[in-house]
Design a protein around this ligand. Structure first.
Ligand SMILES: CC(C)(COP(=O)(O)OP(=O)(O)OC[C@H]1O[C@@H](n2cnc3c(N)ncnc32)[C@H](O)[C@@H]1OP(=O)(O)O)[C@@H](O)C(=O)NCCC(=O)NCCS
Length: 210
């Protein structure tokens, strides 16, 4: 009953589209799920925060059919049966049939490709990319591209120095209104445009705080 109420509350809250978030009406978002500003969830995605919390950062792209799982989807492996008997016996508690994992934490500006599955307890760093159809069973580092089943690193998006500079800018904490004047620099100019975009953002920060 509590799960149902939390799910209804979260669904209404998210679908109100505060701060630019877009949740497809054909996506399912259930339980204790927190989605940052401007992130979008595409059709047929299934995002759960049941038995643990799922946090998705700002400016994340969650493609069609992505599944993010939580502890409520982990059946106990060490009992006589893995069957969730609470489904057929209301005197039993769901929590007694779960094998709790940690929370799922997806950073900022993460792109999760179509039909990828994020298993319970996994953390995905800022700026990471998850390939289409990947099954992510281990943590993914910031700015790492992973793909496959189980997901394995393909490469880093940028050099270590550039990753550090982007992380230090924390651009994803800004509202889009602040980014808009520099959007052509942020997108569409490839890797060469990034240092200049970061310099511009740093200057506006100084101006704003002066
Ligand atoms: C992961 C991804 C971003 C990698 O892009 P990329 O860096 O351009 O990768 P490449 O095409 O150069 O492929 C590099 C290698 O990874 C493999 N690879 C790429 N994507 C893969 C995937 N999703 N699963 C398994 N392997 C993959 C390629 O086969 C290639 O292997 P090889 O070196 O042995 O030939 C991309 O392939 C992907 O999956 N994008 C998601 C698209 C999507 O879901 N969009 C939804 C709408 S938003």
């Amino acid at each position: 009953m509590r799960d149902l109420l939390v799910t209804l509350y979260t669904a209404l809250k998210l679908r109100a589209r505060p701060r630019g978030r877009r949740i497809s009406p054909l996506a399912s978002v259930r339980g204790d799920v927190h989605i940052g500003k401007y992130s979008y969830i595409s059709s047929f995605a299934d995002i759960r925060g049941i038995g643990s919390t799922t946090r998705i950062g700002n400016y994340c792209s969650v493609a069609r059919g992505v599944k993010i799982m939580s502890s409520g989807q982990v059946h106990a492996l060490d009992a006589l049966s893995t069957f969730p008997f609470y489904l057929i016996d209301r005197s039993l508690e769901r929590a007694d049939f779960m094998a709790p994992r940690g929370d799922v934490v997806i950073g900022h500006d993460v792109w999760i490709g179509a039909d990828a599955i994020i298993l319970p307890g996994v953390s995905v760093g800022d700026g990471a990319v998850i390939g289409a159809g990947a099954v992510v069973s281990r943590d993914v580092a910031a700015f790492q591209i992973v793909a496959g089943v189980p997901a394995h690193p393909l490469r880093m998006r940028f050099s270590a120095a550039l990753c550090a500079a982007i992380a230090a800018s924390r651009w994803w904490e800004r509202d889009y209104r602040e980014l808009k004047p520099y959007i052509r620099r942020i997108c569409g100019q490839g890797e060469q445009g990034i240092p200049e975009a970061l310099r511009m953002l740093a200057r506006t920060e100084r101006t704003a705080s002066a």
